[in-house]
Design a protein around this ligand. Structure first.
Ligand code: PMP
Length: 356
């Protein structure tokens, strides 16, 4: 057999990769997994029932257009059907957005540190990532981001709240930024953690989308709605963008199980948002606990907290694992810790106290 050509090999090996997730097992058999910003509550019985019912027909392909789900979303958000597009998690939709808009020679602007998928999906499309450092307070530097936009910029991500810092941009500054963005640049408001926000000054991206044709909103069922394992997210965008998303979608990418679970979750929204309320209370308890221990914790608006630990990051993460809590280290920078069930948060607070 002849050797693979060096060029093909280099191209394949050059594809960027995600870091493997940190499973709970690295912290022992009973460890709490606080490393992926998941919802600690188990599925609601009604949601499980809808999935079980759909399972009896998984010899069939799913509804490619996600008709039932798109109808529900259209009603829920008061947007036309043609402005909605679903995908395999919001990361799948984000990848489609870049594919649809950007290629070699084009630039994608986002804050850094932010969601780790942005550089990967940008490079997969052959586009160039332009990373704009967060301010020392770990907030998007929207002035610097506006200045980073060039003729080559096709797309800008604003992650609100930002992963992994939990910080937000507020209405006035976001609107001022949007005023500075040329109309041919698409601004993607990634609102994966929207339901955890309690600050009224943080704008709802859907309102901004209604006012501006170049704004698109990304949402997910993975966090507040607790469906991370089923992979379903969606975008709300004006016609040409949403239409391009439908064209770039992996055919049948959202399983019927995921579609039914998402519909059932929207119908059980009150109960699910009640759970979010409990997690927000836990978040306050964890942040106050950490601050009382002497930690500096940025104000978080999501279901996780960010501790800037610098060189102590690996040691802190290892100490958590030793005590049965798995967190997400960003080596040399800090750790992101998901707000979990109260027992998990208690264990984490004990470790943070000892480590301090
Ligand atoms: N956006 C942000 C900011 C995230 O943190 C995540 C998940 N970690 C996603 C999008 C993607 O979530 P999903 O693909 O599960 O919808």
């Amino acid at each position: 057999m002849s050797e693979m050509s060096p060029r093909l090999r280099a191209e394949l090996e050059g594809i960027p990769t995600y870091k493997p997730g940190r499973p709970a097992a690295v912290g022992g058999p009973d460890a709490y997994k606080l490393s992926s910003n998941e919802n600690p509550y188990p599925p609601l019985p009604g949601v499980l029932e809808s999935v079980t019912a759909a399972a009896s027909s998984f010899n069939r392909y799913p509804d490619m257009a996600c008709t039932g789900l798109v109808n529900e979303l259209s009603e829920r958000f008061g947007v036309p059907l043609s402005h909605l597009s679903t995908g395999t998690g919001s990361v799948g939709v984000a990848q489609q957005l870049i594919q649809a808009t950007s290629g070699p020679g084009d630039e994608v602007v986002y804050a850094w540190r932010s969601f780790e998928a942005y550089p990967i999906i940008t490079r997969i499309s052959g586009a160039t990532p332009v990373e704009v450092p967060l301010t020392p307070g770990d907030v998007h530097d929207l002035d610097a981001m506006a200045e980073a936009i060039t003729d080559r910029t096709r797309l800008v991500f604003v992650c609100n709240p930002n992963n992994p810092t939990g910080t937000v941009v507020r209405r006035t500054e976001l609107e001022r930024f949007l005023d500075r963005v040329p109309g041919d640049v698409l601004v993607v408001l990634d609102e994966a953690y929207r339901e955890f926000i309690r600050d009224l000054e943080v704008p709802d991206g859907v309102e901004l989308y209604r006012q501006r044709p170049n704004v698109c909103v990304l949402r997910t069922f993975s966090k507040a709605y607790g469906l991370a394992g089923l992979r379903v997210g969606f975008a709300i965008a004006h016609e040409p963008v949403a239409a391009a998303l439908r064209k770039t979608a992996v055919p049948f990418g959202v399983s019927q199980l995921a579609q039914e679970a998402a519909i059932a979750s929207l119908r059980a929204e009150d109960e699910l948002l009640g759970r979010v309320g409990s997690l927000v209370c836990e978040r306050t308890r964890v942040v106050e606990g950490l601050r009382a221990q002497g930690w500096t914790v940025p104000e978080t608006h999501a279901n996780f907290v960010w501790l800037r630990l610098g060189e102590r990051t690996a040691d802190f993460s290892a100490a958590c694992e030793e005590h049965g809590v798995v967190v997400r280290p960003f080596l040399g920078e800090g750790v992101r810790v998901t707000i979990g069930e109260s027992e998990a948060n208690d264990v984490f607070l004990k470790v943070s106290e000892v480590f301090r």
